[in-house]
Ligand binder design. Sequence first.
Ligand code: ATP
Ligand code: MG
Length: 182
Amino acid sequence: MRAFIAIALPDSARAALADLQARLPVGRPVAEENLHLTLAFLDDQPPAVLEDLHDDLSGLRAPGFDLTLAGLGGPGGAAPALIWIAADPSPPLVQLHARVEAAVRRAGIALPRQRFRPHVTLARFGRRRPGGGEQVRLQAFLAAEGAVRLDPVPVRDFALWQSSLHRDGPVYEELARYPLQG
Ligand code: ATP
Ligand code: MG
């Protein structure tokens, strides 16, 4: 089962991001209901492994916090694969991520050792990367709107999700939700 752990965004934040997506001149926008912040991508895992992980995550203690989403990014180099809005790597977010990763590793799932760059993906380019004209329009959009900053987003829980990939986009299903404290 393809799975990942993520923070779901409240309706108000998703609506604000959808407004931004509607003005994006290029790329394939992520569906509004799918907008999220990934804490760990688990890939395909047997149900028994996810059960163990679920037990562990159920005991995880970490404080709730407010998330700051600000600054568009993605087009590093000539061929961007996606466009995202960055999340402030605040201490509670970094701590939550570290605890989630530790639980994932305890469940026996290997994770790549890469720096945590928290973000919400807004659009993807898929295999067809933007051409010259699209690059120009993208750069103009980023110059005009790249410094966007959302109202603080309250984060009071996170969730384990199943992802099934389809031709017209992924379908995410929440498997379990874990409350944060405070
Ligand atoms: P699609 O792959 O069809 O574009 P998607 O990326 O939204 O859809 P998944 O590939 O199942 O769906 O990914 C679920 C989440 O995990 C997304 O936030 C995605 O960015 C993230 N993710 C997927 N693959 C990786 C990876 N190799 N490393 C880090 N995060 C990943
Ligand atoms: Mg993917």
